[in-house]
Write a protein that binds this ligand. Structure first.
Ligand code: RET
Length: 282
């Protein structure tokens, strides 16, 4: 039944929507593309085991929260990459007039953008807790980040107009600027007060440099101006960024937190800055 459906729809087909088994078959045929997914699934699994081991003696509540939010990153990652490897979250979309690949069916890994909306807020939550951020800054960074991922998803899925694809991209970049502002301007001074500035600054640089790579890949890849046309090159570029942005980042953070719980415990409790005048103040 499944086989005949695949046979009836030639792989070179364009214009019609591919079924999930057909997308899966194409992923299977591209060994390097498939490997870019499975390498991440394997690494995420190993990271989870290792991070659980690293956190076995963490009993300070804020440090525990940093551990939980960081652990959720590889957990979401497994779901994300299984979605891609199974063809569930990949579509072949016909690009609109004006696009470098106009009229062609372009493989779009839209599941990536969707799952980033879950994993990147966890990274920011961990970073914000490390810096001793107040709730307002944490809320701003996380909501702007979700906005960035969802509008990035919209940019990738819009096929009605080339201009609108880039308009979504621009909106996504605007959200990204808000995230960068909190990371580069607000949290470094908070981290100084909290006594975590050394590790925070290392992670901040790692995060900013790597995260800037994502919109660059989008812009240069087949979804953008298509300078990089190869799907597996694009996928590996994202997967390589993911490996450092998630696992190397998480290792540096959790390794530090595990042996510096007392510093994390001393940072002021996350709350809204309420400079309430005490009764009797003039
Ligand atoms: C998109 C395209 C639209 C413009 C911008 C983007 C930024 C994406 C970023 C993703 C970071 C992902 C990470 C994932 C780890 O799990 C959506 C590519 C600004 C910054 C760190």
């Amino acid at each position: 039944m499944l086989e005949s459906a695949v046979e009836l729809t030639p792989v070179a087909q364009t214009g019609a929507e591919l079924t999930q088994p057909e997308v899966y078959q194409r992923v299977q045929q591209d060994v390097l593309l498939n490997l870019s997914f499975w390498a991440n699934i394997a690494l995420a699994g190993l990271s989870i085991l290792f991070f659980v081991y690293l956190g076995r003696n963490v009993d300070e509540p804020r440090s525990q929260l940093i551990f939980v939010s960081t652990l959720l990153v590889p957990l979401v990652s497994i779901a994300s990459y299984v979605g891609l490897a199974s063809g569930l979250t990949i579509s072949f979309l016909e690009m609109p007039p004006g696009h470098a690949l106009a009229g062609e069916e372009v493989l779009t890994m839209w599941g990536r953008y969707l799952t980033w909306a879950l994993s990147t807020p966890m990274i920011l939550l961990a970073l914000g807790l490390l810096a001793g951020s107040n709730l307002t800054k944490l809320f701003t960074a996380i909501t702007a980040d979700i906005g960035m991922c969802v509008t990035g998803l919209a940019a990738a899925l819009t096929v009605s107009s080339h201009g609108l694809r880039w308009f979504w991209y621009l909106i996504s970049c605007t959200f990204f600027i808000v995230v960068l502002y909190v990371l580069l301007v607000e949290w470094p001074s908070d981290a100084e007060i909290a006594g975590t500035s050394e590790i925070f600054n290392t992670l901040k640089i790692l995060t900013v440099v790597l995260w800037l790579g994502y919109p660059i890949i989008w812009g240069l890849g087949s979804e953008g101006i298509a300078v990089i046309e190869s799907v597996w090159v694009t996928s590996w570029a994202y997967s390589a960024l993911d490996i450092v942005a998630k696992y190397v980042f998480a290792f540096l953070l959790l390794n530090w937190v595990a042996s510096n719980q007392s510093i994390i415990g001393e940072t002021p409790a996350t709350g809204v800055d309420t400079a309430r005048p005490t009764p009797g103040d003039d």
